[in-house]
Design a protein. Structure first.
Lengths: 622, 247
């Protein structure tokens, strides 16, 4: 048997973790980075790039590079969101079918693209175990997390992605619950916990009761289309309004590249504004932008722009509390998860709602993967100190006459859960019934989500209303539904054919599994080159961050000479220039040069931070 | 909804699908081979949780039992077990979750008791247009007021004034519900005392009849209150953010 890991498959970044000597830890790359950007890019020769290399290709090959794929998991073409307009890749597919994402001339389903990210994580973990001298380093099983508010189709798509990547998916668990498990390791006390999880593309709120090591989810709510991506878009639109007159038409390659450059700057500005009161968005000139763009933005302006988005999290918070029959003040601890909870406005709002300062002792980017690793360990060892009891986020039922949904399992039911209801025929001598499985809270079919169609055949001809058709729902511990139906008078239980509304058939998953082997890019030299670029990029980002500090002049005056600063700029420009080079040694040399040029600056910045910390002043307050 | 699972009489023994030995119906694990037993046709949530068939349940005790059984049944702990045991774990966990949810809520707890005592289901009579006799006066009064308020709304009357009238219209209904809650609590205590003193089934039957009647009325009252809520919502001045202070 191979190794087992926990995976956080995120909208923006993904991570892999495992339990070692009883403690979960994130597996990092050579430069110490645990995050793998959830970006996939298709090279001209068919090579698949994943992670930071793919992220770099967003600027050079935007039409062949996909990100935020999680937003399309388990979705149909019909509900492709409007934001697709700003994405560099094509989003399409047949009407009524699963979304297909076009990269170059190839098409991929969202589970296939996610599988590339999972395979990268699997590879990273296997490299790690091999480096540790493990004989049996293969990773063949994983616990994968999903947003708590993911519906059945989205969970199934995630499980399919795991299978395509060659992983047995031991369990799908929800992200907030996983996070609470990681926190529970720190402090095993009892109480009511609220987990507020604002990630790259999704928002979840979960309320849990923790006692005797049992993490019992009482209620969950959320929005699978709300997160950091939306915040980025607000900033991108701000820039686009400024420069619109200069732009070409959409999907023009130069324009698509410009959009990605703007996105990169917008994200950088968003990060800066978590630490500083003011920053600058700047976009270098390019084919689609004749003049360099610069704009100052204050935290207050930023907060005014994103306030409506952050406010959208309040409705789900309120609903979850109502469903758990709790008042905000009864919550003992509030835990923040997801990169977007670094935004000070989000923290203030959460503190206001619950009347207490939220916890953020663990890295909000890593806490979900750590929890997934803990759950994986529980499953393979059978350890019973801790137990997660999750809920189904949305009610499940079937369509009945008149387009009304008859609910069989209510939302926030602890899983595994089962339910059964009796139905009958509506016309005489009806020999088959259509069973249309729905998920959602509303009364009408039109307002709920279609999950699948079943047909129960072979009912003997009888007057309407006489057959007694029992429909059984079973939700497993993954939150995934299976449905059975039988006619009780005759005992007929037909083999029912499943046609998922927005999913892949088993046959399709099998085929993709084989296909994926052909795309595997295992070239050792290619991987080394990518690692070198990753290291170079880490140094570039750190340098640019220091240079962009609003207090840069104040810190460096009297400490660094003008010539020193000039050397930093030169070394930075030279390294950026060789980044696309295929010569590993060249990139390596220029990375060393930049490291050397910035050593004094790094000392100065560090000393200042230490002085401020000693003076009792938080570095973030500077 | 939660109590809609099977209401069948439990059979007296189960057969262990792992070793073939017989086991009493309320056992969770085989006395012979100690493997988890398939659920069989269980119908009594009280017995399943090891509780007497009484309506007073200490919520901390119920939660403790739920946690303890979860730790015994949960599929997490059967990952490497045989398919038979995995299925049994899934069935028992699902059933436990349903049992906990049903017994946690006092109203569904009574419904479940009525069902396992062989009373006709409460659910089937819900939604029937028939007004419970004990509520005729209140319902008549309320409908009259609702009609007036709807007319006033359509002729453009002041909305906050209408909201106040809706509030006063619900006051007698609220009072009636409180009265029913008290009566239900008293009947529940009476049932428990009868169980403790070993009262004959016929005498207990009268208590069950009374419980059922009160429950039907209570559900009717809740529907009335829901229709008042809908009226308030249609005025569009409901406090959408109540319960959460906005920053």
């Amino acid at each position: 048997m191979g190794k087992v890991v926990g995976i956080d498959l995120g909208t923006t970044n993904s991570l892999v973790a495992y339990v070692r000597d009883g403690a979960p830890q994130v597996i990092r790359d050579a430069s110490g980075d645990g995050l793998v950007p959830s970006v996939v890019s298709l090279g001209d020769d068919g090579t698949i790039f994943v992670g930071r290399e793919a992220q770099r290709r967003l600027l050079t090959a935007p039409g062949r590079t996909a990100y935020s794929v999680k937003r399309f998991m388990g979705r149909g073409v019909d509900d492709v969101p409007d934001e697709a307009a700003l994405l560099p890749f094509r989003v399409g597919g047949e009407a009524g079918g699963v979304v297909r994402i076009g990269l170059g001339t190839s098409e991929f389903t969202p589970p296939e693209l996610s599988a590339f990210v999972l395979r990268e994580l699997k590879q990273r973990a296997e490299d790690h175990f091999r480096d540790q001298g493990e004989f049996d380093y293969e990773v063949d099983r994983a616990v994968i997390t999903v947003p708590a508010y993911f519906n059945d189709a989205q969970r199934t798509a995630t499980r399919d992605a795991g299978r395509i990547a060659g992983l047995e998916v031991l369990r799908i668990i929800s992200e907030p619950t996983a996070a609470s498990l990681a926190y529970g390791l720190e402090k095993r006390d009892r109480g009511l916990i609220a987990v507020y999880d604002l990630g790259g593309g999704t928002f979840d709120i979960s309320i849990l009761r923790v006692e005797d090591g049992v993490f019992h989810t009482l209620a969950t709510n959320g929005d699978t289309h709300l997160g950091g991506d939306d915040i980025d878009r607000v900033l991108m639109e701000l820039v686009l309004r400024d420069i619109e007159s200069r732009s070409a038409g959409p999907k023009d390659p130069a324009y698509t590249a410009l959009i990605q450059a703007i996105r990169k700057s917008a994200i950088q500005a968003k990060w800066d504004l978590s630490d500083h009161e003011e920053t600058e968005i700047h976009v270098e000139s390019s084919a689609a932008l004749p003049n360099r763009y610069r704009r100052r933005i204050t935290r207050a302006e930023f907060e005014a722009l994103i306030r409506p988005l952050v406010d959208r999290t309040l409705g789900p918070v309120k609903q979850a509390l109502t469903d758990a029959a709790l008042e905000p003040r009864e919550i003992d601890e509030v835990v923040l998860v997801g990169g977007s909870t670094r935004i000070p406005l989000v923290r203030r709002l959460v503190a206001d709602v619950f009347g207490r300062t939220p916890h953020s002792d663990l890295n909000p980017d890593e806490v979900v993967a750590l929890g997934a690793a803990v759950q994986a360990d529980i499953l393979i060892t059978g350890r019973r100190e801790m137990l997660l009891l999750d809920v189904t986020p949305l009610s499940l039922g079937i369509e009945t006459i008149g387009g009304v949904v008859s609910k069989i399992i209510m939302r926030n039911s602890t899983i595994p859960a089962s339910g059964r209801e009796m139905y009958t025929t509506s016309v005489d001598n009806q020999t088959a019934v259509d069973i249309h499985v729905m998920q959602g809270e509303r009364e009408l079919v039109a307002d709920c989500r279609s999950l699948a169609h079943f047909k129960l055949r072979g009912i003997p001809p009888m007057p309407a209303g006489l057959p007694r058709i029992e429909v059984r729902f079973q939700i497993d511990a993954n939150g995934i539904l299976s449905v059975g139906a039988r006619e009780l008078r005759t005992g007929i239980e037909q083999a029912i054919e499943v046609k998922p509304s927005y999913g892949l058939t088993d046959h399709e998953v099998e085929r993709m599994l084989l296909d994926s082997f052909e795309h595997a890019a295992a070239d050792f030299d290619a991987r080394l080159l990518i690692e070198t670029r990753n290291e170079a990029e880490t140094v570039i980002n750190a340098t640019e961050k220091s240079l962009r500090r609003p207090d840069f002049d104040a810190i460096t005056t009297g400490e660094l000479t003008a010539a020193e600063i000039e050397r930093i700029h030169t070394a930075l420009a030279e390294l950026k220039h060789v980044m696309t080079s295929a010569e590993r040694d060249v990139i390596h040399a220029k990375t060393d040069a930049l490291n050397h040029a910035t050593r004094h600056l790094a000392e100065v910045v560090m000393n200042r931070s230490v002085r401020e910390a000693l003076a009792g002043k938080n570095v973030q307050d500077v | 909804m939660t109590s809609n699972s099977i209401h069948v009489q439990p059979v007296s023994t189960l057969e262990c699908r792992s070793c073939g030995a017989g086991a009493p119906v309320d056992e969770h694990f085989c006395p012979q081979c100690s493997r988890i037993l398939a659920l069989g046709r269980h119908g009594d949530y009280f017995a399943f949780l090891g509780l007497p068939r009484k309506l007073t349940i200490e919520s901390t005790d119920l939660e403790r039992r739920f946690r303890e059984l979860s730790r015994k049944f949960h599929p997490d702990y059967f990952y490497n077990a045989s398919p038979t045991e995995r299925l049994a774990s899934l069935e028992r966990s699902s059933y436990l979750n349903d049992a906990y949810r049903t017994l946690k809520n006092p109203a569904t707890r009574i419904e479940h008791l009525l069902a396992i005592e062989g009373m006709p289901p409460v659910k089937s009579e819900e939604g029937a247009a028939k007004v419970p006799p004990g509520l005729l006066e209140e319902v008549f009064e309320l409908n009259e007021q609702l009609d007036e308020i709807r007319d006033a709304r359509e002729s453009g009357a002041d909305r906050s004034g209408l909201a106040a009238r809706l509030q006063s219209a619900r006051t007698p209904i609220d009072a009636k519900r409180d009265e029913h809650e008290r009566q239900l609590a008293a009947l529940a205590a009476q049932w428990d005392a009868q169980i403790d003193s070993g009262t004959a089934a016929e005498a207990r039957r009268a208590t069950l009849d009374a419980l059922r009647e009160r429950l039907l009325e209570r559900n009717y009252i809740n529907n009335l209150l829901a229709s008042i809520e809908r009226e308030v919502a249609s005025l569009g001045i409901g406090d959408q953010e109540s319960g959460i202070r906005r920053g």
